[in-house]
Design a protein around this ligand. Sequence first.
Ligand code: NAP
Length: 391
Amino acid sequence: MTASRRTAPLTDSPMPTTQPKGNGRARAAAPRPQPRRHASPDPGRRWPVAVLGATGAVGQAFLRLLVRHPWFDVVEVAASERSAGRPYGDVARWLEGDLPDRIAALPVLSCDVSAVRAPLVFSALDAAAAGAIEPAFARAGRLVLSNAKNFRMEPDVPLVIPEVNASHLGALGTQRSRRAWSGAIVTNANCAATGAAVALAPLHAAFGIEQVFVTTLQAVSGAGYPGVPSLDILGNVVPYIADEEEKIERELPKLLGAWTGSAFEPAPFAVSAQTNRVPVEHGHLTCLSVKLGTRATPDAAIEVLRAWEGDPASRGLPSAPERPLVVTGADTRPQPRRDANAGHGMTVTVGRVRRDPILDLRLVALAHNVIRGAAGGSILNAELLAACGEL
Ligand code: NAP
């Protein structure tokens, strides 16, 4: 399999869409991808994939999730020049569970297109490195699934959560022709924006959103490894995460907006975010206050949230959880310790849906930052691309 053996572009298959209604702001129907098959390339075979930034917190999560993946087979790992040239097991400080022998024995490669040959590349690179490395791979014909912030807001780069905006993959044709790339870059969202987007998508579709205030409580694993110094975070809260508020404020409208066929049209709402690092291992909580286009009671909102299953294009993919969103009725949930691993880390748990005395609604959403907000989300994006014939 090579990236040039794509069986069909992701541009023109018309399917019914879930659009906002109720406040006259419905978007024009956008072209959207149509899954053609949910199967591996050939029976018993898997697509060879590489992980860039494989030694970091997200890179390790990729390896844990991919080691038994039915469609993808990790054949290469790459990291910085500090790690390159040595066996993975010698350089990676493995954080969770047992490091599989097969992965431990892989040589760590440089993040260079002549060293890494896999046509499908999962990138867990630090943003300082992703800006040059990811486009080099796309130019060389590779399909890059990026976790870094660098390209998320580019006008021709999809920022995708399959259940929320699978149709945004329609931008890939434009990206390739504008940039003359035979490969492509597809990004997933900031880890805190991801949980908020999943919680807000059903409300935006049903009632239209006009304003959102977001306050986050974010786990230390979101800062990578070694991350935040222990004496800064143990028994403490740090009310600042570099660039995080800006990422949430700019990514949410793109995530909940539309691909019109030629451009991304952001959802027409303003976002105000405040972000905090808290001494939790995994799981970002987002406390949301929302002004709706059409007023809705908490019960009506809960009904909409409970009924939401996400875009049909995402259903049945190997990493798709049975439910992308669950609503808990317990006053004390969601909690990172109890709920971050819901749906193997891919389900967003929403709770405390109640009236807001200033805006309309308040709610709390929790997502596993390293799985749904990073590696798992990226793998789900790759599965969607595969199901649409992009591999
Ligand atoms: P991390 O633990 O610091 O890992 C960074 C990785 O990038 C390491 O493998 C490192 O390799 C590699 N790297 C650094 N500089 C490099 C260079 N010049 N050339 C090649 N490789 C280089 O960070 P992380 O938390 O895994 O995050 C990875 C990316 O995902 C970041 O862009 C981050 O913003 C994003 N993200 C993270 C989360 C999360 O929850 N952690 C969630 C969403 C998105 P060495 O080990 O060799 O230095």
